[in-house]
Design a protein. Structure first.
Length: 233
């Protein structure tokens, strides 16, 4: 088995894995435990009290983080005519129709988010099996299938995060960079968790948010006190 490096061991030593930390303390711990030479992403993982095998317990949605993600989001838009111009004016990186579909079929995926007008979904559907597994398929439930492409592009550029519960009942989402100050990370985390609460299925029973952890790309996970965090929502 590979051995943990010295820096990782030092980071792990800072975290009490048996303890659940208040949100601000958890954020401070994540920031102080980073050791990579790049600006690591801060991620949130939430175990939900749902069974995604049942359609009425699926949790999916999107939220625009108040302080963005700290990175340049490459946005692709499937649109024609006036909507194509609207997308370009809003700052979309790539705009097209059949030409983009052909490019993606050839193996091109140099974008982070895909948006489509409803009338383009017949064309986009041809590459659904390529976009879906990568989490890039436009979907009306998260606002990426819309005629309001200008707004959708601006939201994606400003830090819109999509979330979807996995088979194990867990949601993972980025909430910024370790270089963000603690208050900005806190605001982003609370915005994400608030969106999760609002997306709670009516069929979900019992405790909804069972466990919350935050971590940096390379650093150890820090467990948060769910009750303390929930009181701030």
């Amino acid at each position: 088995m590979p051995k943990n490096g010295k820096k990782l061991k030092e980071a792990l030593a800072k975290v009490d894995r048996a303890k659940s930390y208040p949100l601000q303390d958890g954020i401070d711990l994540v920031k102080s435990s980073t050791y990579a030479k790049f600006d690591e992403t801060v991620d949130v993982s939430v175990r939900l009290g749902v069974d995604p095998r049942h359609a009425d317990q699926m949790v999916r949605g999107a939220v625009v983080l108040p302080n963005g993600l700290g990175k340049d989001v490459r946005v692709l838009v499937f649109a024609k005519g006036e909507k194509e111009k609207e997308a370009r004016d809003a700052g979309a990186d790539f705009v097209g129709a059949e030409d983009l579909v052909a490019k993606i079929q050839e193996g091109w995926f140099e974008f982070d988010t895909a948006i489509a007008t409803p009338d383009m979904m017949g064309v986009v559907g041809k590459i659904g099996k390529l976009l879906g597994p990568r989490g890039l398929m436009p979907n009306p439930k998260v606002g990426t299938v819309t005629f309001d492409v200008g707004r959708a592009v601006k939201e994606s550029k400003s830090g819109k995060v999509e979330f979807r519960v996995e088979k194990a009942g867990i949601i993972h989402a980025p909430v910024g960079k370790v270089s963000f100050d603690g208050e900005k990370l806190k605001e982003n985390i609370l915005a994400l968790l608030d969106a999760l609460v609002k997306a709670k299925p009516s069929a979900a029973k019992g405790t909804y948010m069972k466990k919350i952890c935050i971590s940096s790309t390379m650093g150890p996970g820090v467990r948060l006190d769910v009750s303390e965090v929930s009181a701030q929502l």
